[in-house]
Design a binder for this molecule. Sequence first.
Ligand code: DAH
Length: 337
Amino acid sequence: MREKLEQIRKEALQNLADVNADLEEIRVRYLGKKGELTSVLRSMGQLSPEERPKIGQLANEVRESIEQEISRRAAQAKDLLLQAKLKSEKIDVTMPGEEPSVGHLHPLNRVQREMEEIFIGMGFSIAEGPDVELDYYNFQALNIPEGHPARDTQDTFYISDKVLLRSQTSPVQVRVMEKQKPPIRIISPGRVYRSDALDATHSPLFHQMEGLVVDKGITMGDLKGMLETFAKKMFGDSTRIRFRPHHFPFTEPSAEVDVSCFVCGGCGCRVCKGEGWIEILGAGMVHPFVLSNCGIDPEVYSGFAFGMGIERVAMTRYGIDDIRLFTDNDARFLNQF
Ligand code: DAH
């Protein structure tokens, strides 16, 4: 029986030495109710009274050593598992994190805000008007009656005979003057619409910024000085401006205003197409008809107005040659700003 017990111990420990040993299966095989050790213990009745305690002690030792080995192996397996897990799930805390990509202002919004800042610095406040506008404000009140040729150049989208998508921000002038008495000093940025086909320089939707100043004794000199200040702040200190006589129905006299090319400084290059100048806006002295339309006496007050394309300013400023880039949503373009 002694040999039998030693045999069991040896075999069990051998089995347990196998790395792939199934610990539970070994426990059942040797120590379980029907296990080998148990059946040896059951037959202890046949032993002599002197031998019984000795064999009993040995059997206990064998049981203990098998149990110990099983729990040692179990702990080891658990540890191995943990090590493997730690290895595979390792986090390198010194590794630089993944930077979330943070968006930024669209170049148009950015330029618009810069323009607003410049005018706010000169005492202007911001006024808003609706995109869906009455024919009256978009045309008639601005001295563009039905059938006037100026309507051809500003063909837009009509909701009905009398309601349209505004083709310019100039109607905000009228809305402001109807509500507010001079002194008036506002800018009005916003969307405008024209039924133009989309190409490198035209878009059915673009943005303008209107400006209006009305007070006693306002002259064209004020307009010029103010625009020059704006141009220098927007395009750089060495920028010059040039007024060219033009015609707008709602201003008299009227002018188109150019800025000296920010690339060549005025000697002519690719950006200004050899001109040395880039047109950025229309302006003039508010027509007396428009003032009196809004209940402002042109004998007492005078004013100037201007309107510029925000895309135009952004394109000039950044040397962008295609207006479609603003709406293509191509990150390679947008990330440059
Ligand atoms: N509204 C004109 C346009 O879209 C631009 C303009 C010209 C606005 C002269 C003005 C102005 O306020 O005085 O072409």
